[in-house]
Design a protein around this ligand. Sequence first.
Ligand code: PLP
Length: 450
Amino acid sequence: MCTCISKHLEVENDRLYLDGVDLLQIAEDYKTPVFIFSESKIRENARLISDVFKQEYGDCYIHYALKANSILSILRILKSEQLRCEVSSGGELYKALKAGFKPEDIVFNGPGKTLEELKYAVELGIDCINVDSLYELDLLANLAEKLKTRVGVSIRITPEVSAPSIKTGLSKTKFGVEINQVVKMIRHALEKRNLNIKGIHTHIGSQVTDIASWSKASMVVVRLADQIYEDLGLELDHINMGGGLPEDYTETIIERDTDVSSYLWGSIGISEIAKTVSKSFKELKYNTKLYIEPGRKIVADTCLLLTKVVNFKERSFGEKWLIVDAGFNILPSMRILRWYYPVINISRINEKHDSPFRIGGPLCDGEDVYHDVEGEELGNPRLPKYRRLPMNSQPGDVLAILHTGAYGPEITMNFNGMLRPAYLMILQNRVVKVIRRRETLNDLVSYEEV
Ligand code: PLP
C-alpha cells in the first residue's frame, strides 16, 4: 500500500520515503542525527514564490536570505532558479559569490556592518547596501569616495508595524531608521556624489502570519516613497519589503498539534501576501521594482532531521520520556525561540500516533527538551507539553523532525562536545549526496591551540 503524503513524502510497506529514497535505510547508512534535503522541493518552492509574486507584480525580484540556510549546494540550486540573494555579513557575501551569485544580484543588510565588510561589498560593486543609520550612510560615502567609486544604497526603515512572531519593524528595536528621519537623510545623501540612492527597505519580522501587517507595512513604504518623490523629486529604483513569508509548521501526516501557538500555523498563503503588497505598490505615483527577501519559506519544508531514540524512562506519576540523539545543539531555535517542529516515528509509521511522550535531547542541560520548561512553570507554555507518538515507541526507533530546513542546519553548535551531523541531499535523479560531512572528533579540537 502506498500513502502519498505530499509529492515528496510517501509511505510504502511501513517505510517512509523522501523523493523515493527510504529514510530508514538512510538512518542506517549515514547514522543519526542527519539532515536530509530534497532538491526537487527546493526548486519547487523557489519557482512557486517567483511565479506567485511575478504574477501579481511583474517587476519583482526574489532575493533569497542566506541567513535561513547558506549551504553552498542549496545556494547553487537557488541561483540556477534565477533567484538573487540577500546577505547579512561579509561571510555570507563570500558564500554567495562562491555559489555563483553575481555582485549585481546581491543586497547587503545588517545593523552592524564593519568597515572591512563595507569595503568588501563596495569593491565588488554589489547591487545595493541597505544602510541602517545616518552614521553608516556617512561611513559608506567616505569609503566610496576613498575607493573612487559609486555605491548603490537603500535605507532600512522601521514602519512601526508589529508582526505577531519575530518583530523587527519597530523603532524600539535596534533596526533601521525612523520614518520621520528618512527624507532628511536622503536629502543629505543626495549631496554625496559617491552615493546612488536606489531604494528603501523594510523587514517587519520573520513568520509574519497576519495579512494586516503586510498591508500596513507595504502602505507605509509606498507613502514614504511618494513623499520622497514629492519633496526631493527622487524616483526610487526599488522598494524592498524584506522577508517574513510564513511556513505552516503544523502540517504533517499525523493529526495537527492544536496546542501550538497560532503564528506557527502559517495561516496565510503567499498569494494573499503577494496580492496585498502589489495592491499597495500599484498606488505609488510612479513605477518601481519590488524586492523581497524570503528565507524561511524557501527552505523550511525542504528538509527533515532524522534522530534516534537512545534512552527511555517512565516516571512513577505516569510520564514517559524518550531521549533522542538530537537536541538544541542541532535545533537551537527550539530553545531560543521555543520553535515547534512536528515529530513522527518512522520506525512505526503506520501505528497510531496517539500516546503522549516527553521528548528530551542528549545534552546535560535541563532545557534540552522538546517542550517549554519555563513556560510550563509560568503557566503559559509556547510548546505542547507532550508529543503524540506510537504507544510502543522505544530506544532504537528513528524519529523524523519535519520542516527543519530554515534556521536549523544554519545554527548548529558543538555544545557538550557534540559533533555536527551530516547534511544530505536527495538529488532529482534520486542519488543521495553528502552536501556537508559529519564532523569528526578531530574537528572538535581543530581550531584550538595548546
Ligand atoms: N531580510 C532580513 C533583513 C532579515 O533579517 C531576514 C530574517 O530575519 C530575512 C530577510 C529573511 O526572513 P524570513 O526567513 O522570515 O523570510
